[in-house]
Each structure stands twice: as structure tokens, then as C-alpha cells.
Write a protein that binds this ligand. Structure first.
Ligand code: SF4
Ligand code: SF4
Length: 345
């Protein structure tokens, strides 16, 4: 097992500056009063005290708009290539979401447009120093441990404890003035991470299994879903900010020569009206989820029920981004699930 290391505040800055001088480093920074994962050139930009970022770190491997191939007459050239990257400061709930995407993108036909950048990235997770106002990560999928990180960084009173989890995490140590952590420092890091559990402002009071069963049973309760989705604008913001959503659309854009162009994939959102619309023979149209309540229900079935067996837990990690992003304030999984549980008991 890898040995935990310690670095003080100044040493951490030197570490991050050295990393940024040798490869791409993406980390949380302040952005218009909130936080965002962005490329940093200096440790001074870092905000490891962030609560939650506007968009999840999945955007590093699965960008909102990703060119996948360029084509010219009969020639097709892939745009996919992995850039050596350190993704620093990922909270554990977002690591759990990345674990889900890793599984889904490797399943069946491997998605190399995702996996190339995923494999070129070293993830340093970090402890939660500030809890976001709509978070509930300490009461959802609590039996699921975060896996896909290469090191874990915890802020303690005197500095930081860095725990390598993989050889990639271990290899970064040469960039900073680390020393072996003492037993007291390691114990303090453990206590810091334990003490944040139970501090979320929102809470799910039911197990994953209870929720999955009852939400599925409520599928046919149209009156309830109409009521829950009544104020939905079908804007798709709740999908866009979600770390576990992975639907995309693919569009070809043609250059002026009408012979060449680019195929790009874009994040898609199942709450939008057009998501499930298809064109049939003779130009006929069909929309499999025409009503906004059907789309709203679909999202909750996906988050609480449909994928549980495959993923080993719910497809919601409790980040609270959807609750914050929803203008109508109806997307909050805690409120929706609690209403379903109370109304159908
Ligand atoms: S639930 Fe809220 S965020 Fe989601 S589509 Fe409806 S209005 Fe938009
Ligand atoms: S459904 Fe909402 S709370 Fe759950 S992971 Fe997605 S954005 Fe976060």
C-alpha cells in the first residue's frame, strides 16, 4: 500500500506550479461568484475551498461540444487525442459520477472519444471544505465507494495529506516537496473526511432499494407526475449540469466547399421537447415523450431505478447541481423523491 505524504501550504503551491509547468492542470477556480473547473497556470488561481462547480468535471473527458471526426470527400480523420492532464480537486461525489461514466463508456462498444482523454488524465481528488446549499451526497448511494482517482488530497490544520491510490498518483510526488505523513497527520485527514459526512443541508431519508421500488411503482401515477412537473420549462438545465448524464447528439457541419466538414457531438438533454422526437417514413413525426411530465418522470426513473443494477447504486450522486440550476425549483431529487415516498405510502 502507498504511503501517505504531507506537504505544507507553500509546498502545495510549488507542487501545483510545477505540475502546471509540465502539463495541463485543470482545477476549481472562482467564476462569477461561483466555481468552475478550468485550466490553471498557477496555484494562485486554485480554490480548493469551493462548494460545488457549475458544470461537473466530466467536461474534461466529455466536453459539451466535441469534434470527433473531420471528413473530406472519401477521407475521414479522427479528432480524438488524449492530452496529458492532471484534474485536481475533484470531490468524492464527482469521482463516483466519473466511475459511472467510465463503466458506461467502456460497456459494449468502447467510446474512445471519451476514453482517450480519460486515460490521459490523472485525477487528484480532494476533501470537501465547504458544503454547497443543495447538496445531499451524504445520504445517497452511501454503500458506493469512489474508485477512479489516482490520489486523495486532504487539508488538515498544518497543510495537506496526499494519499496516492495508483502508480499515476504516486508518480506525481516527484513534483513537490513531500515527506512521509506522520500517523497523527494521517489520522487527522481521516477525521476531516469523516466529519464532513452528516453536514449536507438536504437529506434523503430512505435507502436506495426503497426509493427504487417506490419510484418504479409510482410510474403509472400520471396525476402525481403531472403535479411534480407542472412548472417545468423543458429547458434541460437539470440534465446539462448533472455529472452522471451522458446523452449526446451528433451533428455534421459542412464547409463552404460542400465536400468537407466536421462531425461534432453535443451534450443532449432528455428534458427538452425534441429529445425523443423521431422522423418516420414519409416525413411523419413521433415523439415518444411528448408531455413534459413524461420527460420529468423519465429523468427520475433513470436517476433512481433503471441503472441501479448495472451501476451498483443510483445514477445520482447528490451533488445538488440540478436543484440549483432549475429556475422553477422543481428538479431537486430530495424533494421529488420525498414527495413520491410520502404520497404513495
Ligand atoms: S426540471 Fe427545471 S431544470 Fe429541468 S427541464 Fe424542467 S425547468 Fe428545466
Ligand atoms: S440528479 Fe441532480 S443531484 Fe443527482 S447527480 Fe444529477 S445533478 Fe447531481
Amino acid at each position: 500500500m502507498s504511503v501517505a505524504r504531507f506537504v505544507d501550504e507553500r509546498g502545495l503551491k510549488a507542487f501545483v506550479d510545477a505540475l502546471a509547468g509540465s502539463r495541463r492542470v485543470i482545477a476549481p477556480v472562482a467564476k462569477r461568484g461561483r466555481f468552475s473547473f478550468e485550466e490553471v497556470s498557477s496555484a494562485d488561481e486554485l480554490r480548493l475551498d469551493y462548494d460545488v462547480t457549475i458544470l461537473p468535471p466530466k467536461k474534461v473527458f466529455f466536453p459539451p461540444a466535441q469534434p470527433i471526426v473531420r471528413f473530406s470527400e472519401g477521407e475521414v480523420e479522427s479528432c480524438t487525442c488524449g492530452i496529458d492532464t492532471v484534474l485536481l480537486g475533484v470531490h468524492f461525489y464527482d469521482v463516483k459520477a466519473i466511475d459511472q461514466l467510465d463503466y458506461l463508456m467502456r460497456e459494449n462498444n468502447a467510446d474512445w472519444d471519451y476514453l482517450c482523454q480519460r486515460e490521459a488524465t490523472t485525477i487528484i481528488a480532494s476533501n470537501i471544505q465547504t458544503v454547497s446549499p443543495r447538496a445531499f451526497w451524504d445520504s445517497v448511494g452511501t454503500h458506493v465507494d469512489p474508485q477512479g482517482h489516482d490520489a486523495f488530497l486532504t487539508r488538515i490544520a498544518t497543510g495537506y495529506v496526499y494519499e496516492p491510490r495508483t502508480p499515476k498518483g504516486e508518480a506525481l510526488l516527484e513534483h513537490g516537496p513531500f515527506r512521509e505523513a506522520t500517523a497523527e497527520e494521517t489520522a487527522e485527514a481521516r477525521q476531516v473526511n469523516e466529519s464532513v459526512m452528516g453536514t449536507c443541508p438536504e437529506r434523503l431519508g430512505y435507502t436506495t432499494e426503497e426509493i427504487a421500488e417506490r419510484v418504479r411503482d409510482a410510474y403509472g401515477n400520471e396525476k402525481l407526475w403531472d403535479e411534480l412537473a407542472e412548472r417545468c420549462f423543458s429547458c434541460g438545465s437539470c440534465n446539462t449540469v448533472c455529472p452522471t448524464c451522458y446523452c449526446f447528439d451528433v451533428l455534421d457541419s459542412w464547409n463552404l466547399d460542400q465536400k468537407s466538414g466536421t462531425r461534432t457531438r453535443y451534450w443532449d438533454a432528455c428534458l427538452t421537447r425534441e429529445f425523443a422526437a423521431v422522423t418516420g417514413a414519409g416525413g411523419s413525426r413521433e415523439n415518444f415523450r411528448e408531455r413534459h411530465s413524461s420527460r420529468f418522470r423519465h429523468r427520475f426513473m433513470r436517476k433512481t431505478t433503471y441503472l441501479n443494477e448495472k451501476l451498483g447504486g443510483p445514477a445520482c450522486v447528490g451533488c445538488g447541481r440540478c436543484s440549483q440550476a432549475c429556475t422553477a425549483d422543481i428538479a431537486d431529487p430530495v424533494r421529488v423523491i420525498t414527495t413520491i415516498m410520502e404520497r404513495t405510502s
